[in-house]
Write a protein of this length. Structure first.
Length: 94
């Protein structure tokens, strides 16, 4: 899978974790809005995270990027607002 589609997990309040596969390139707009996501590791192959992808999750989300991230584009509109935290060292959990 190269893309997680727009609105894919929108409103899935019982979704607390998800594993994104290596090879994924795009996380679609509003993909995780109003979900119960708690933690996510963004694979290094992700090149784009679209507008409002993680906006207004029901809990704070700890966001990690795999080493060697190829991220080039992050949406301009509230992509992580207001509930995403970047870890201090941003290393994925072991």
């Amino acid at each position: 899978m190269k893309r997680v589609g727009s609105y894919c997990f929108y409103g899935c309040q019982h979704l607390t974790d998800v594993t994104l596969s290596r090879g994924l390139e795009v996380i679609g707009r509003r993909c995780f809005v109003l979900s119960g996501l708690r933690e996510i590791v963004i694979p290094r192959t992700v090149r784009e995270i679209e507008d409002t992808a993680f906006m207004h999750t029901t809990m704070y989300v700890d966001l990690y990027f795999e080493p060697g991230s190829q991220l080039q584009l992050v949406g301009k509109q509230d992509t992580f607002f207001p509930t995403v935290r970047l870890a201090d060292d941003n290393a994925p959990p072991a």
